[in-house]
Ligand binder design. Sequence first.
Ligand code: GAL
Length: 851
Amino acid sequence: MREPIRHSPLAAATAALTLFLLLLPSAKCGVTYDRKAIIINGQRRILISGSIHYPRSTPEMWEGLVQKAKDGGLDVIQTYVFWNGHEPSPGKYNFEGRYDLVRFIRTVQRAGLYLHLRIGPYICGEWNFGGFPVWLKYVPGISFRTDNEPFKNAMQGFTQKIVEMMKRESLFESQGGPIILSQIENEYGPEGKAFGPAGHAYVNWAANMAVGMDTGVPWVMCKEDDAPDPVINACNGFYCDAFIPNKPYKPMMWTEAWSGWFTEFGGTVHQRPVEDLAFAVARFIQKGGSFINYYMYHGGTNFGRTAGGPFITTSYDYDAPIDEFGSIREPKHGHLKELHRAIKLCENALVSADPTVLSLGPYQQAHIFNYQTGGCAAFLANYNPKSYATVLFNNLHYNLPPWSISILPDCRNVIFNTAKVGVQTSQMQMLGSSNEQLLWERYDEEIASMADNSLLTTTGLLEQINVTRDTSDYLWYITSVDVNSNERFLSGGQPPVIIIQSAGHALHVFVNGQLSGSAYGSKENRRITYNGNVNLHGGSNRIALLSVAVGLPNVGTHFESWNTGVLGPVVLHGLDDGKRDLTWQQWSYQVGLKGESMNLNSLEGTSSVEWMQGDFAGQAQQPLTWFRAYFDAPGGQEPLALDMRSMGKGQIWINGQSIGRYWTVYANGDCRGCSYTGTYRSPKCQTGCGEPTQRWYHVPRSWLQPSRNLLVIFEELGGDATKISLVKQSVSGVCADVSEWHPTIRNWHLDSYGKPEEFRRPKVHLHCSPGQFISAIKFASFGTPYGACGSFLQGACHSPNSHTTLEKKCIGQERCEVAITPSNFGGDPCPNVMKKIAVEAVCSPATQPLQ
Ligand code: GAL
């Protein structure tokens, strides 16, 4: 007889626990969601995310960028996947260098952050052709982003390729990896409506296709109200507090909180005040939002010909918390970091309770999160863009600046206000990196022999991308015009005029080898009408039109079908028999420049021609010139850039790597003032009016060798290369502007432990970059100073000891802090008046003597 099995109490408890865990599988592992939040391993989370696009920096920069994002209080890094970078020709994949997606994700993983993978594969993103490879346009029968079999096959193929790669590397959270969310499509909502039933069918197909890939983590569609279950629809915009998910059981997610805006050649640089960005985020969170992603957290650089457009600049700085060069931008980074800490102190309340909304005045509200275990967090908002408000909440008075939200993690103490910036402002400068003049050589692009070996000759004008397939920005359109030697203009009459219609984006007109003139599309209208005199002689004349693309469109209904290049008509006016239409005569085409075909920009190709040397080689005032110089890498760690102010338009390469397109076209816009209050839109805070839209071009340090780096420039218009300089970016000065009763997170724990008031006094914190020190105090005032960093002024109340106090504590230090307390300044200069301190300090390299 067998012994009966005896159950010990321990075994029974273990079995019960196992059963319990089995009954809760979805809640305990992987990533799910409910109406409140994304749930990771059974826990609802308030997630702060930021976009860093891996090809917009170098792999050598990734670790530092991700660390700075982590220091800024981020939990998640969000990136698009860049199809045209990964599959430059059908079936030929590239996952190397800047396109090493797995390495990027592993960098994020090592930092202990999560990742949101936006596969698209349509990504918009101011990226060439919205991320689509140009070859995709030439797949027979294809129609993009709609219910079209060839497109769906290609889209599924690429999505699958990426998902399988991620699975193989165990990168989804469900496999123990960092990817907690994926995205399919991008902002299809408005597009889908225009496509009607086909759009609807496509979005359902896309959702099913993605969900069928079984990643174990949720899929998101941004700006797509019809996102089918279980896909979460998310909001993009400058504000998203009015957004409501399409089902009550989905969380409120904000996939693109625009931290600034992108730049276009010919336009100004856009900034978004951090007070307004913080206000927008706090508004979203107080409404119950639980996921926010800054687009961009680091914008970076559109290296090579990756910029979309047309006319998107090479810089994709975006006024992001980490600037293009990878340096922290203050006060943006620091103020948001404090916001994130304040939000995180409320996390339990935010994920557990729904807000109760209380009116505190005509423009004032409280959002209160009371939860069962007795906790409470509150957000006090003043939407009035013009004036302060004093509100009564829980029997206490709170003073709220205009257009701001105060955060109270215990429903009592304000630890953060979106409009009160306590962190320092850093002023950046671009300084010459060496006194050594570059030695320039020159090679003039050869245009004489062009038509002889041109690619093709045909009747009429061809669309540019159909011919180039985007292998180059440049396409030559060449034709000839016979002029009778009896024409009146040849004996002193009015010269003929040529009128050329081009679909964009830039055009240089050559007649008999001489530049006649140029014309450019603009961000408002990419089309060009060229109208200019032509210098013809009797007999055969050669007209050569160099059409230049400046980035393919990345957004707009059926943007893939938008034309580029000289489509005509091309008409000569002013000949004796009236006008002569050249549109339908014989045209020859040459794709790209001669110099490009000889790889003059590369280490291997650069010696294939004779370069002109000598004193004036760098100063060609003529168009279509190649410049070459060699330089040694400057010492130090500071980011590097080329100052291209003296040049016109073209491209830059270093050691064969393309830095990108440059164009010093002057910025047109309205740079009058910028207030953080009131609804932000991108035209609001413009800078750089009347200056070149982009003057500095990022040179990644990792592209340099210690000596003899090859710098090649192709200049379309003519410019003075001798004035190009390699500059280093560094902090030139720091400012702080903090009031006595500034809410401060740093002292939050002291508060809770009831330390004396003195401990709660906020401090001024100043810090230069590593390797620098504070060499001078330009301005200091404890009292009622006013103005902004760079232009502070003393107010009616001013402590005469301000300067010496700051000097004593800060000079010679890399960083210093000074408590805002009268005892630090030898007494109170104006009792019973609310005081502040404003400081501007100079940062100098450690090698430089004190000023
Ligand atoms: C969004 C788009 C992004 C980017 C952004 C503007 O609409 O989803 O990819 O283009 O606008 O920077």
